[in-house]
Ligand binder design. Structure first.
Ligand code: ASP
Length: 269
């Protein structure tokens, strides 16, 4: 019951998609392995039931090291299929490639007026000192909020899906927002919003991804032969160069020649 208008408050509806990761892992003889379903995760965080009504769907149960673009499409399709039925979406995901999934979903589902939240944990939910419960509860708080678009919610930070990077392997503060402020922070269950990304009344969905895209990270002394190889075997190459785009141009480095030849051959650069 709403204290101000006296009307029955309707609970928001959230779809939780399970994909595996440490958050859902158990200890096995060969190390941690995803085992728990989303419903089992939710049972460990009873406070979520007072925030919203949740429906769970298991998409896959894998270590995110094994996530491929096909998995990104599976997640995007599930959200698209149920978009009208829910007010928000929570995806439980491994941390190692969560930033890639967040970026991919940001392009597959653009201008979403509803929140699409990815979260995970550094320690499984079955561990005593786990960060899973806080991250999961925070993810649902964001999923019922006025935030919109694809985001990562982790360790009290809300990071835009296109800006997140896993910057720490062990620390609970695993993700950073690169060259962009955090959208919001959560403290003791309270959400403080700073930035609300733009949205349209309905999202724009895409259902195809070009998979022949390579990334070359430039290091001092890099061999231009690697760039030639990547250009030959891909439709597009992204060069993570120095500073604002610097490439070696010293005598014999070869990068300018390789790029000129590729442009003349009308390759994508
Ligand atoms: N290797 C795990 C994964 O990315 C790590 C994690 O979930 O945090 O699925």
């Amino acid at each position: 019951m709403c204290l101000y208008c006296g009307q029955e408050a309707t609970m928001k509806k959230v779809l939780m998609l399970g994909t595996g990761g440490t958050i859902a892992s158990e200890v096995t003889p060969s190390g941690l392995a995803p085992a728990l379903t989303s419903a089992e995760l939710l049972r460990c965080v009873p406070e979520i039931s007072s925030l919203c009504s949740v429906t769970c769907e298991e998409l896959f149960s894998i270590d995110s090291t094994n996530v491929t673009p096909a998995h990104w499409l599976t997640i995007a399709r599930a959200i698209r299929a149920h978009y009208e039925e829910y007010d928000g979406f929570v995806i439980a995901h491994g941390t190692d490639t969560m930033a890639y999934t967040a970026a991919a979903l940001s392009y597959l589902i653009q201008y979403s007026p509803k929140p699409i939240i990815l979260t995970g944990a550094q320690k499984p939910i079955v561990f005593e000192n786990t960060d899973s419960k806080t991250n999961l509860a925070d993810a649902f708080r964001c999923a019922v909020s006025d935030l919109r678009g694809v985001m990562i919610v982790f360790n009290g930070r809300v990071i835009l899906g296109t800006r997140a990077r896993k910057t720490r392997t062990v620390s609970l503060q695993a993700f950073s927002s690169i060259n962009y402020p955090e959208l919001a922070v959560l403290q003791n269950g309270f959400l403080m919003e700073y930035i609300r990304p733009s949205a349209l009344p309905a999202p724009v969905f895409y259902d195809k991804l070009g998979e022949r895209v390579a990334l070359m990270k430039m290091i001092p002394g890099a061999d231009c032969g690697m760039l030639s190889y990547l250009l030959e075997h891909n439709d597009a190459v992204i060069i993570e160069s120095f500073g604002v785009g610097g490439l070696p141009s010293y005598q014999g480095s070869g990068f300018e020649r390789v790029l000129r030849e590729a442009m003349e051959a009308e390759n994508t650069i």
